[in-house]
Design a protein around this ligand. Structure first.
Ligand code: Z2T
Length: 817
């Protein structure tokens, strides 16, 4: 007989209920009768954590004693989402939990709702880190995630009366966090400032202030692997010495200043996604977690050794730099080896260059981190010396390699000029053993454009690892209906560990019975989302309409403007009578997006979408055929409801701008069809699911480049397409601002005169593809066949596959033996 459900823990529901009662009493101090759902949540979390404890301890032991190189995933962001359901799934306790909670008189849904979602990331990059540590644990690879335990995560988004975004602090630790545990006495001192002096012919750093980095550990349970890895997030605290020092000078109020300064380091996540913010505090954060993590790895792998042989360090662990945020770790490891352990430069360099690898997540020049030499010198003077020396060494090496002086000059890690600066991507590309992009097209463009000189001279460094997503959270947990249907269709649930097995679903796309079941699952998910949206937001959504979704950070390059302009154009067609209301395919257009608080045009786009919604949703002429909804505060929880309910997925960035995208993968795996450009991982998704099962439109990278070169004039497109003109005119004339023509003037002016991401140039093609979409949608059987083919061919986009690629191409390690 085939096994249809994941192996369970041998614990019975009754035993688990007792464990919860026990935690209610001894942790929460309440009786089951007094308990609130939040108490039951904390109790269940504490209980499940105990179930994971033996595996966690054994994994740590095996990691230290075994001979398998570990991975340290250094990331400023880990966007984990809620933990309870994931921990239950991976420990085989889901059914026991459901039964136990009901026995105690509670609704499991209410209990899991009581968990506050940790939002320690901005978007794709942070969620990728979370998917990767899930896959590392599931594959049994010894690994640490290293990051920052921010006190405030990504802001909570609200909309005001005018539809504008309001940011509220996300004080996520107000409630109990049963998952994070301080690892006492494993703290690290991280120092800043001061000067470097010459002592006995050696350079010695005399910092002026230090903070305590306290590790808070989170268990990362693997699915069916028996392994539990660690996510170690550092919290900044002050040392008591500081107030004593100041206190002695009897400056009472000043006494707490150093504390405040120290604790500020882990206070808040910077809310910018793919835009650089050259703030001092941000560099402090980066150094804080990079330094603490590297020291921690030395402590873990060379326990109780005063004079460890660190030439073996690259055999113990390799660090993956998740974008440039932790790149200051490179000069930090050099400093540790040179100054703390007394190695000579060449030995230190040899160790360091075998230890780090770098993943780049962008192509936008404005997103590449550059730190002024003056700032680094002030904050980390010894590191600046080391970076300068690395730069000198690099320049010499380059002069040996090439006669092209202009090229050597272009490749400087430390630039000269008015504001000498350090290019962190260049530092990482020189010192890192491997450099990778996050999708085929992105990696190619890195080699051809962004890091071209580097790839010319060091071609072997460069590789691609296409992103992936964890099927445990984004299929099994988010979409139990589809998961059960897949398991039924395949006769096994092994696909959750080997997602390529989905391929065997492909024949079922021709089985009408199966297709109908699939359609029913999708419909049920739409109802579930509509209920959720009613409960949480008060929206009235008609589940018989097409669910058309665009969820991602709000960015000009992602082109939410293209989507909303198309909606407006359709509305204009309805108002003018050009389109008969009977001929409109009923759609619910759903947006989810946060804008960086200082990103003016992005915030204005949010305001526009909200006001388009207000007008269209309330216009009787539309008869509910077209509806725009914008659930505020889009996060992992919303994603888990929305992605399984979506039928049409919007991936409409300007070609060459989206490094990969990962929601595109989640949508394909949950049976949505994608309308998209040839950008990021869309290219690979389309290759796999087939051109017939993907709605392609828009300019290619080459066409975009040519248009920039020839000079782009958006006004030409405005004049040429009457629908586009009508839509922009509506915005300009105040249809969505109570007649006020100023409200969106900056946006309109940008569209007509700049339009850097060529929204207007792609508008007509985007509209044309809509009729194809609607024709197909009219044939539900065909639509769902194509959706199944999408699911069947997207197994490649499991983050397990991404991790296997990293193991083979970058880390050169594998599972623990
Ligand atoms: C981010 O989420 C991404 C790139 C960044 O470049 C920064 C952040 Cl915070 C510095 C995204 C990419 O935009 C997206 O295409 C990609 O799928 C994701 O990282 C994961 O690689």
């Amino acid at each position: 007989m085939t096994e249809l459900t994941a192996p369970k823990s041998s614990v019975t529901a009754a035993q688990f209920a007792d464990e919860i009662r026990n935690e209610l009493k001894y942790t929460q101090g309440v009786t089951p009768e007094q308990a609130k759902p939040a108490d039951v949540y904390v109790a269940a979390a504490t209980a499940v954590r105990k179930h994971l404890m033996d595996s966690w301890m054994k994994t740590q032991q095996d990691m230290i004693n075994g001979n398998t190189k570990a991975v340290g995933y250094l990331s400023a962001e880990f966007l984990m989402g809620k933990q309870l359901r994931n921990a239950l799934l991976n420990s085989g306790l889901t059914e026991q939990f459901e039964a136990a909670v009901k026995e105690l008189g509670f609704d499991p849904q209410q209990v899991t709702d009581a968990e506050y979602e940790p939002g320690l990331g901005n978007g794709g990059l942070g969620r990728l880190a979370a998917c990767f540590i899930d896959s590392l644990a599931s594959l049994g690879v010894p690994a640490f995630g290293y990051g920052i335990q921010y006190r405030y995560g990504i802001f909570r988004q609200e909309f005001d009366e005018e539809g504008r975004q309001i940011e509220r602090p996300d004080y996520w630790l107000t409630n109990e966090d049963p998952w994070g545990h301080i690892d006492y006495e494993r703290d690290q001192r991280v120092s800043f400032g001061g000067e470097v002096v010459e002592e006995d012919g050696k350079r010695v750093w005399k910092p002026s202030w230090s903070v305590r980095a306290i590790p808070v550990d989170y268990m990362v349970p693997g699915y069916e692997s028996g392994r539990v890895n660690t996510l170690r997030l550092w919290q900044a605290r002050s040392y008591d010495e500081f107030d004593l020092l100041t206190f002695n000078k009897s400056e009472y109020l000043d006494a707490v200043k150093p504390q405040v300064k120290a604790e500020n380091i882990s206070k808040i996540l910077y809310p910018e996604d793919s835009t650089e913010v050259g703030k001092e505090l941000r560099l402090e954060q980066q150094y804080f977690f990079a330094s603490a993590s590297i020291h921690d790895a030395i402590r873990v792998f060379y326990p109780n050794q005063d004079k460890p042989d660190l030439t073996t360090f690259p055999d113990k662990i390799c660090f993956q730099l998740n974008d440039t945020h932790p790149v200051i770790g490179i000069p930090e490891l050099m400093r540790i080896l040179l100054d703390e352990y007394g190695y000579d430069w060449d030995t230190a360099w040899n160790i360091t260059t075998k230890t780090f690898n770098y993943t780049c997540h962008t192509l936008l020049p404005e997103a590449l981190e550059v730190w002024p030499v003056a700032l680094i010198s002030k904050l980390l003077p010894r590191h600046m010396e080391i970076i300068n020396k690395i730069n000198d060494q690099f320049m010499h090496e380059l002069e040996e390699m090439t006669d092209d002086e202009a090229k050597v000059e272009r490749m400087r890690i430390v630039t000269d000029g008015d504001t000498p600066s350090v290019r962190m991507a260049y530092l990482a590309s020189y010192a890192g053993e491997h450099v990778n992009g996050v999708a085929e097209l992105h990696s190619q463009l890195l080699k051809d454009v962004t890091l071209r000189d580097f790839s010319d001279l060091f071609p072997k460094k460069f590789t691609n690892v296409t992103n992936g997503v964890t099927p445990r959270r984004f299929m099994k947990l988010a979409n139990p209906g589809l998961s059960d249907l897949i398991t039924e269709g395949l006769g096994t649930d092994k696909w959750l560990e080997d997602l390529e097995l989905l391929k065997n679903l492909e024949p079922l796309a021709q089985d009408d019975e199966f297709v109908k079941k699939f359609a029913q699952v999708k419909y049920d998910n739409k109802i579930k989302f509509a209920d959720f949206a009613k409960r949480e937001y008060g929206f009235d959504i008609d589940s018989s309409t097409m669910f058309d979704t665009m969820i991602k950070r709000l960015h000009e390059y992602k082109r939410q403007a293209l989507k909303i302009l198309e909606v407006i154009a359709t509305y204009a067609d309805i108002k003018s009578g050009k389109v008969k209301i009977e001929d409109v395919t009923p759609r619910t257009v759903i947006f989810g997006a946060k804008a960086a608080p200082g990103y003016y045009l992005a915030k204005m786009t949010i305001q526009l979408i909200n006001n388009v919604a207000k007008v269209i949703n309330n216009d009787p002429d539309v008869m509910g055929k077209l509806k725009v909804v914008f659930p505020w505060n889009y996060n992992i929880r919303v994603a888990q409801y929305l992605i399984p309910a979506t039928e049409l997925d919007e991936q409409i960035s300007q070609a060459g701008k989206e490094a990969s995208g990962t929601s595109n993968m989640k949508f394909a795996l949950n049976g949505a069809l994608t309308v998209g450009t040839l950008d990021g991982a869309n290219v690979e998704i389309r290759e796999r699911v087939g051109a017939d099962n993907f709605f392609l439109f828009g300019m290619t990278v080459d066409e975009v480049e040519k248009m920039y070169a020839d000079g782009y004039d958006p006004a030409k497109y405005y004049e040429a397409d009457p629908r586009l003109k009508a839509a922009i005119d509506m915005v300009a004339k105040g249809t969505f601002s109570d007649g006020d023509e100023d409200t969106y003037a900056p946006l309109v002016s940008d569209w007509l005169t700049k339009d850097w991401f060529m929204t207007l140039a792609d508008f007509t093609a985007y509209h044309d593809i809509q009729s194809e979409i609607e024709t197909l949608y009219g044939d539900q059987l065909e639509w769902n066949r194509k959706a199944i083919i999408n699911v069947a061919n997207s197994g490649y986009f499991s983050s397990d596959r991404s991790i296997e690629d990293y193991l083979e191409r970058v880390w050169m390690t594998g599972p623990l033996k």
